[in-house]
Write a protein that binds this ligand. Sequence first.
Ligand SMILES: Nc1ncnc2c1ncn2[C@@H]1O[C@H](COP(=O)(O)OP(=O)(O)OP(=O)(O)O)[C@@H](O)[C@H]1O
Ligand SMILES: [Mg+2]
Length: 411
Amino acid sequence: MSRYDNIVGIDLGTSKTCVAIAEVVDEHSFELIGTGTSDSKGVNSGIIVNIDEATDTIVDALDKAIDMAGRVKVRDVIINISGKHIRSFDSNATVNIARGKGAIITEADVKRVIDAARVNASSGDEGEIIHVLPRNFIVDSESGIQNPVNMSGSKLEVDALIVTSNPITVRNLRTAFDNADLYVSDMVVSALASGETVLSLAEKEQGTAIIDIGSGTIDIGVFSDGNLVYTRVIPGGARYITSDISIGFKIPFEDAEKLKITHGNALPEFIDKNSTVKVDISGVHEREISVYELSKVIEARAIELLSLAKKALDVSGYMRYVRNGGIVLTGGFSLLKGVDKVAERIFETGVRVGFPNYTGPLFEMVNSPIHSTVMGLLSYGVKNERDRESGYGGPLDRILEFVRKIFGDIF
Ligand SMILES: Nc1ncnc2c1ncn2[C@@H]1O[C@H](COP(=O)(O)OP(=O)(O)OP(=O)(O)O)[C@@H](O)[C@H]1O
Ligand SMILES: [Mg+2]
């Protein structure tokens, strides 16, 4: 990868669409050169409900990012995928290294066994495969191998996590980006993207659940031994807190949103029962609202949202993988005061709020849990490119990529 390759991440969220353009510095890092955000239209709880509106949103956010970055041509983009249709399950496969005893395992063999795990998974499930994530390689019964390339052996096995999506969702996403003249080079399940930048290597090793609660989705990912081992998406998010406030206090949604952000707190026990706040309703008249009552409304919904995540983890059986790393909350919901404490009570384990781990240029523009997904897409992009260059993508993929690039440059 050259110094001046750009990568572009686009997070199509329920409330906002965020574009981040970065220059790749080396195989481990990038520098942000532009960002752009636009209020999302045509997207609901991770799913496109109106393709034309989604395309307009993407173009609007991208134009803003390009304006900031200056003179960059964007065609390939890395995007996230979310929605309640996302599933994850295990698959495995074995291939023979048929070059005689003591043959050296090559990158092509690794690709072959990963492809075999993909084929094995596709026979049993209706969904479209988004990821085949190797968790463990086994060479001649020797387990726990992270990279078998250059080892000698006669049989190579892989245990992989398969992540699938509803094919219609994938098609609609591709169409929305196609219509914006963009090519989706990678589609990354949201929890994997957020985990990529929010979690430390130690957390991923030691067993941690990342829970990204945005406006309309709860994206859950469990990492253990360095890998994603489970992901699930539940509809639900912080906009339900806003609608509860709006309904509960009979104020417009926009005013409820402002009130939530300025005075919201999920721990009523720390609020003076007599404290009130004056709310400007639609800029027309004022209302006095009890901050304690506001906090009670927020607490109730925060407990419900977090309990949904806890139940999903309990049912999945993957809560036992959540060990030393505990729970890491990210997404806009995690900015609400006190939600980490509420989560600690529900999960009965340590909880922290996670931010993107980026500290380079323009970091102040993305230093928020609402940017975890988009920044994770960039981290994923850099890492994936590294894997591709080391051969996991295979020679055919690289030839196709080369042809596509030339073709794209001519037209
Ligand atoms: N400072 C804040 N305090 C409280 N809530 C906040 C704050 N900032 C954002 N939020 C809330 O977070 C939500 C948006 O979060 P985020 O940007 O992560 O969602 P999204 O990515 O658009 O949606 P999703 O991931 O669910 O598709 C909104 O409900 C918003 O009210
Ligand atoms: Mg989001």
